[in-house]
Design a protein around this ligand. Sequence first.
Ligand SMILES: Cc1cc2nc3c(=O)[nH]c(=O)nc-3n(C[C@H](O)[C@H](O)[C@H](O)COP(=O)(O)OP(=O)(O)OC[C@H]3O[C@@H](n4cnc5c(N)ncnc54)[C@H](O)[C@@H]3O)c2cc1C
Length: 383
Amino acid sequence: MDFTLSTEQQMIRDLCKNFVKNEIAPIAEEMDETGHFPYEVWKKLGDLGIVGIPIPEEYSGGEMDWVSMMIAIEEISRGDASLGVSLLDSVTLPMNLINTFGTKEQKEKWLTPLATGENIGAFGLTEAQAGSDANAIQTRAVLDGEEWVINGTKQFITNAGLKHNSLVIIAAVTGEGSGTKKRISNIIVPTGVGGYNFGEKYKKIGWKASETRELIFDDCRVPKENILGNPEKGYNQFMMALQTSRIGFGAHSVGLAQAIFDVSLSYAKEREQFGKTISKFQAIQFKLADMIMEIELARLMVYKAAWQKDQKENYFATSTYAKVFASEVAKRCADKGVQIHGGYGLMDEYPISRYWREVKFEEILDGTSEIQRLNIAQKVLKL
Ligand SMILES: Cc1cc2nc3c(=O)[nH]c(=O)nc-3n(C[C@H](O)[C@H](O)[C@H](O)COP(=O)(O)OP(=O)(O)OC[C@H]3O[C@@H](n4cnc5c(N)ncnc54)[C@H](O)[C@@H]3O)c2cc1C
């Protein structure tokens, strides 16, 4: 067993760290204040090849492994949670879906500009009555001649409506399935097509520069060929993509937890009470020791799940463990981090207060911790 990163993986880590230092860290606080998504920074990420890491060269990607992609998500999220989630969402969901199930034509048309960072992708599953219960979606697509006619409303969709958001892949009911299951298919809906409108940007407690919107489809027509892969298998297709995005959320949580550790350690070494820095108090040392230990464990789980995906092994269990464990590590780290900062941890001018608002997202998005534990109990332990 070899835990050493390859030269390419290490190169990606160094590249992202450098990028965060020069391009993201200086604007992270401003992004939280203004809620402005910095497209120019996104484009630079694309130019550096970071957005297209796991995509084949044929479609302007780096043709590298998913471990490298997760390292990139971790480091970018360590710099800023909003940019991190836009990256993980675009790559693990729409890009991953088109890359895995799309036709050559779909890949040339849609995947290439996503891989270069020219565009940003979105994935729309959630609806008002269908959050944890994905099978409860009601958005319908009916074939009318050469076009799908889509009606319904999606909610909480990341990246949708951003200036350079070119498409959303939606899950829609296209017929009856077997038993109680509906036939669900994934359809590519381009931005700007008639009958497809965005709601206002949601006001969130964190990840403010990552835009999240409601999508309204009112007799929206898209060409028949915008269907992705086998229309009977839409549910399984997006479940595969959600497994990948779970690793992505694990990597995102590790990045955020590491950022929390970084600022907490440096604060502990500066702040003096009772004539010495608080880092000399065992109560503070134990918090930092627990944080770094748990972060390392979470990181190993994320890399193992990504490695299994690269090896084409079953990564259902590890991706689920990684998502739940890393998200809860990030939350525990934020709690300890604020405690280490004392009263200053509750003040806006210290980044720890922003991180504290941001960690909660990790336990809810992409399948809550309760749903992931159900997955482990039912699908891994077969209880
Ligand atoms: C900022 C943001 C961005 C998002 N981005 C996207 C996106 O890009 N695309 C997309 O499709 N969706 C997106 N989502 C939706 C997200 O994945 C859902 O919010 C999440 O899956 C939970 O669904 P819900 O909010 O409806 O909660 P609910 O399903 O209503 O759950 C409420 C509570 O009940 C619990 N619960 C539900 N069912 C069970 C059960 N069977 N057993 C035990 N407990 C249960 C849950 O764990 C939770 O604690 C986003 C959400 C947010 C907030």
